[in-house]
Design a protein around this ligand. Structure first.
Ligand SMILES: [Zn+2]
Length: 223
């Protein structure tokens, strides 16, 4: 009885029987739904390069903003340059940390989605970078950089002596971001379709550890 009790305690809280006939393809369906949304967002962002109004109006901008502001505070002990740069750095670091964390857990799909988010953050930053000389972007306080004392990227590029490259760097951030988003969606589709078609533990990098418990790929793979 005691042993039985312990065995029950060891059972994962969330578990889907891979062999069960009534295991629906709910997870792939929800994943494809999410990927459709990400693809839709990707196209929307990609065709609006350096469009601060479009990027700023996105729901995703509201998610990125608190990390940006926290970065300014977090990096403030490291001087004025890092205080200015810390905001943009932090909004890129958070999704990258999420990617690393999910890779360590071998949750490749979640890692790919966070990779997409990292790319989206580059696109989020692109109009800001490109606005270093023009200072026409409306900032958090409702005024443009020209109306206040400049802004982050004006300070960053000025101290690096790269102000004249602001548009080039902005475009580079935009297209690198778009490429990252497309690549991440591709990886996520490959993982989802590959696992569905070939069963658990077969895909490269899955290894034997994919035989674990919980909502791991084998939970919904066709056997
Ligand atoms: Zn800032």
């Amino acid at each position: 009885m005691e042993g039985e009790h312990r065995a029950l305690l060891r059972k994962p809280v969330v578990s889907i029987d891979p062999g069960s006939a009534d295991t629906p393809d709910v997870i792939p369906a929800s994943r494809f739904l999410l990927l459709t949304l990400l693809a839709w967002w990707t196209v929307g962002f990609a065709v609006h390069p350096l469009n601060g109004e479009y990027v700023g109006a996105s729901f995703l901008h509201l998610i990125n903003l608190p990390f940006h502001e926290a970065g300014h505070i977090l990096f403030s002990p490291f001087g004025t340059f890092m205080t200015a740069f810390g905001g943009s750095l932090m909004q890129l670091l958070i999704p990258v940390v999420c990617v690393v964390s999910f890779v360590r857990r071998e949750d490749w799909f979640a890692a790919a989605v966070c990779g997409w988010w990292a790319g989206q953050n580059l696109i989020d930053l692109a109009p800001y970078i490109a606005d270093a000389r023009a200072l026409q972007l409306v900032l958090l306080g409702g005024r443009t950089g020209a109306e206040v004392e400049g802004h982050d990227w004006e300070a960053i590029l000025r101290s690096l002596g790269w102000l004249r490259h602001d548009r080039t760097l902005g475009y580079a951030a935009h297209w690198l971001g778009a490429l990252t988003m497309v690549g991440a969606i591709g990886v996520a589709i490959w993982i989802t379709v590959g696992l569905r078609d070939q069963g658990p533990g077969i895909r490269a990098g899955q290894g034997n550890r994919a035989q674990g418990s919980g909502l791991r790929p084998q939970g919904w793979a066709r056997q």
